[in-house]
Design a protein around this ligand. Structure first.
Ligand code: ATP
Length: 303
């Protein structure tokens, strides 16, 4: 599979502050590549550099082999991009909006517009005014607009922000089908781990302007680990017992709680071990960690 997007040691500074600190990665044809990081990690800045809106302070970005700075027109002609809540003309129909964008692109055939309407699944509503569309439909129309010039690289910046669960599922399916059928390379940014996990085959974790790790989503390290919060009557005794249990990987204390990092599906084992030793459990719950905590685990930054 050929490389469609390549970042080579890209830096970006504003004044003396370095926001992006030398990132490198490659996205291949037919791949959905996730770009995951907490708010402020540097995702939007990176996307703005990829799309040529701002210049890197150092380093190079290639799209389909063309340097975005030196060969801008050739490089950008392979890119379709949608950012959060794309702008549309509300008083025009979906089809009229696509016609307008097709004219802006210049060389889009009528047949392609019909094809795109098919891909985004808006055939039934395409002649309704956009102001009557749900956010999910607007998002799909935005995707359609990005697809008009048959891009080799599709960039999605936080694409499901604000969508309802059905909208998210629909959107995800369209993107997956697209990659399956046209082998488009997709670069998708998000701060939601579950989102990336369900859509992408690989994911780069960005934190404070640095790529901490790139992993295949099917074997993300954290998958076999879960976190549990535990409240017991005799905390010290429980710690002693848990230290001797193989499935407990880490024990932290937070006020009266014990926060455990355990092997997945150890819940009943944990209860058994404590009960056998006569330790009374006052409260026990799985913790749904936020991205930052997960990230700490994955990147080993929690040390
Ligand atoms: P979010 O999900 O909140 O958009 P992000 O990962 O996209 O976060 P960026 O918008 O790329 O993050 O911002 C990264 C850092 O760079 C932030 O600390 C932000 O304040 C800073 N930053 C972004 N643009 C500028 C600018 N023009 N001047 C100075 N600092 C900036």
């Amino acid at each position: 599979m050929s490389t469609i997007l390549k970042l080579d040691n890209v830096h970006k500074s504003y004044g003396k502050t370095e926001i992006i600190k030398g990132i490198s990665f490659e996205v291949n044809q037919g791949e959905i590549y996730g770009f995951l990081g907490a708010n402020g990690a540097g995702k939007t800045t990176t996307i703005r550099m990829i799309t040529g809106l701002i210049k890197p302070t150092k380093g190079n970005i290639y799209i389909d082999g063309y340097d975005i700075q030196k060969q801008f027109v050739k490089a950008i002609s392979s890119v379709g991009c949608i950012v959060e809540n794309p702008d549309m003309y509300g008083d025009f129909t979906g089809r009229e909006n696509l016609n307008i964008f097709a004219k802006l692109y210049g060389n889009v055939e009528k047949k392609r517009i019909e094809e795109v309407i098919e891909i985004i699944g808006l055939k039934e509503r395409i002649d309704d005014k956009v102001k009557k569309y749900s956010l999910g439909m607007k998002q799909r129309l935005g995707l359609g607009q990005a697809l008009l010039p048959k891009p080799k690289l599709l960039i999605l910046d936080e694409p499901t922000n604000g969508l309802d669960p059905i909208g998210i599922v629909d959107f995800r399916k369209i993107v997956k089908d697209l990659v399956e059928e046209y082998k488009t390379a997709v670069f998708v940014s998000s701060h939601i781990l579950a989102e990336i996990e369900q859509l992408c085959s690989r994911v780069a974790f960005i934190d404070k302007g640095e790529i901490r790790s790139v992993e295949d989503t099917k074997n993300l390290k954290y998958k076999n680990i879960e976190s549990i919060s535990l409240k017991v009557k005799e905390k010290d005794k429980a710690i002693e017992v848990l230290r001797q249990s193989d499935f407990v990987k880490n024990i932290a204390e937070k006020e009266e709680l014990l926060l455990l990092t355990c092997e997945k599906d150890c819940f009943s084992m944990l209860i058994n071990v404590l009960t056998i030793k006569g330790i009374e459990i006052l409260d026990i719950a799985r913790i749904h960690q936020n991205l930052e905590e997960r990230f700490m685990e994955i990147a080993g930054g929690g040390n």
